[in-house]
Write a protein that binds this ligand. Structure first.
Ligand SMILES: [Zn+2]
Length: 117
């Protein structure tokens, strides 16, 4: 798996993690009035677990880093917007260019970075 593919899949995993967190929060369902189909949630959970296993197998070090960061910050990967880390809002050094060849982390907070258009 290329770094680019890995980062995109990790970003999807986080999206699913945040989504599951949201639908399992009774305050959210009460506030939105949404009726969430339990079977569909199960499908999403299965998809999440498959993806997690795939990512863990492909790069266990990055996967573990993601899990640790998620515990600390609530997320493990974040987008770069206007050359800023959107977890800690520090300006990234100009030497850190958009890259898809390797996995980059923020020099200030350590979160995994992804450049999306
Ligand atoms: Zn940061």
């Amino acid at each position: 798996m290329s770094s680019r593919e890995y980062l995109h899949k990790l970003y999807l995993l986080q999206d699913l993690d945040l989504l599951l967190q949201q639908v399992e929060d009774p305050e959210y369902t009460a506030k939105t009035g949404l009726e969430i189909n339990e079977e569909r949630i199960e499908l999403i959970k299965q998809r999440r677990d498959e993806l997690a296993r795939e990512l863990q197998k492909a790069d266990p070090i990055t996967y573990e880093m993601y899990e640790k960061l998620k515990k600390r910050y609530g997320r493990g990967i974040t987008r770069v917007v206007d050359d800023m880390c959107t977890n800690c809002f520090v300006a990234l050094p100009s030497s850190m260019m958009k890259t898809e060849d390797r996995i980059e982390t923020c020099p200030n907070c350590g979160i995994i970075l992804i450049w999306l258009d």
